[in-house]
Design a protein around this ligand. Structure first.
Ligand SMILES: [Zn+2]
Length: 81
């Protein structure tokens, strides 16, 4: 896969844990998702196969394999130091 920014370096395949939000804002975590990362500029790109998986998860066509709960901090919504 080629970097969308036009870098000449090949993109690196990685398995990552990603957080997505359903329409209602409910966060879901997808573990082991294959994404491509440009080793030059850091651009991430999701292959179609991964995008389909995420789509199936967000539309609840795939069942979760477990439940993950953690404290959530949203820096953008008013954390004051
Ligand atoms: Zn790049």
């Amino acid at each position: 896969m080629q970097c969308p920014n036009g870098c000449l370096f090949p993109m690196e395949e990685r398995k990552e844990e990603k957080v997505f939000h359903r329409n209602g804002g409910e966060p879901v975590i997808v573990s082991g998702l294959i994404i491509y990362v440009c080793s030059n500029c850091g651009q991430e790109s999701m292959p179609l196969s991964s995008a389909r998986i995420v789509e199936n998860i967000l539309t609840e066509r795939l069942k979760p394999s477990g439940k993950f709960t953690a404290e959530l901090y949203e820096v953008s919504s008013g954390c004051k130091f």
